[in-house]
Design a binder for this molecule. Sequence first.
Ligand code: SAM
Length: 215
Amino acid sequence: MSHRFRGPRGRLVEALQEKGIRDLAVLRAFDLTPRHLFVPPAIEHRAYEDSALPIGNGQTISQPSTHARYLELLHLSGSERVLEVGTGSGYQTALLSHLAGQVFSMERVGALLVRAREALRASGARNVSLLSGDGTLGWREYAPYDAILVTASSPTVPTPLMEQLADGGRLLIPLGERDEQTLALIVRCGTEFERTDIAPARFVPLVGTHGWPKK
Ligand code: SAM
């Protein structure tokens, strides 16, 4: 574990508690994950602010409190197989690696995936597999997944992701327009999919075969 920024990391965990995050496993994951490895070196000093930050290629690393709320909603116990669509910086992938058994993460922007792979290696994450490609198609080889977390917004739930969700599995995805969405939780029960709307959300578009077309 990295000892750099130990103090700011502890203060971020306190800030998350003050914002209502109660799940101890989620708080521990934030305590163990060196966010400064996942942001560009020029803004390393801002890594432990509770804010979204630019990571290059027009993409952002989300606000830690947003990550924390989403991770709480997945109800992970430590043994699950999880698919993340939209690796971005790899920070949330690293958080997931402390909360699940195996993490599979897909990213369409190759340059981001290269940086995420390096940061994940430096952070010591072991149970993570990365794939470059269109995450709206899912990663069939390792399906079914107990949880699927989509970190970009889509007009509808990509059918391959519903097919690759295990029975009883939970899928989180921001659904709606390109600039404004609702975070939806989809729970699979056999051939039925139950949707619960959680909160308003604002994410970058999920660009791909079952998402938005490239502009
Ligand atoms: N959670 C990430 C982090 O901690 O840095 C931030 C993810 S960012 C909000 C959303 C990511 O989804 C972007 O990196 C974007 O390139 C990626 N993305 C968009 N469409 C995608 C697709 N079809 N497949 C895979 N990744 C996609």
